[in-house]
Design a protein around this ligand. Structure first.
Ligand code: SF4
Ligand code: SF4
Length: 114
């Protein structure tokens, strides 16, 4: 997901505006210093939270800055939640996978390929 400067993800951002991003509340700033600011999330269950905006219609994570398919930036990049860290780990290098491809196609972008 929206990553380091000058990689494929910083010219994309599609997955940050395609899927719900849910994670355990232990990643919140209120529970772990340097974590995700609580105000950027909504509660899903007693232990699960969701990045605000990722279940909107259309979805777009509140932490995403910029224009999808052109130039984007995750404003939380250093402390982004675990699903974002784990998503399509080689996409920044131009190697996609199913979820990445689906998100890109949804936004009118060509799949990265492999
Ligand atoms: S959809 Fe793929 S290429 Fe686009 S930001 Fe997400 S992981 Fe990167
Ligand atoms: S936290 Fe950052 S990487 Fe994760 S969905 Fe939001 S903008 Fe994308």
């Amino acid at each position: 997901m929206a990553g380091r400067p000058d990689d494929h993800c910083t010219r994309c951002g599609a997955c940050c505006a395609a899927f719900r991003v849910d994670f355990h509340h232990s990643e919140l700033e209120s529970r772990a210093p340097g974590g995700i600011p609580d105000r950027l999330t909504v509660s899903v269950t007693a232990t699960l939270v969701r990045m605000r905006g990722t279940d909107a219609a259309p979805p777009r994570c509140v932490a995403l800055a910029g224009e999808i398919g052109s130039a984007v930036r995750c404003t939380l990049y250093a402390s982004r939640p675990s699903p974002c860290r784990d998503f399509a780990p080689y996409a920044a290098l131009g190697i996609g996978e199913d979820g990445c491809d689906r998100a890109r196609v949804r936004h009118g972008l060509a799949p990265l390929g492999g």
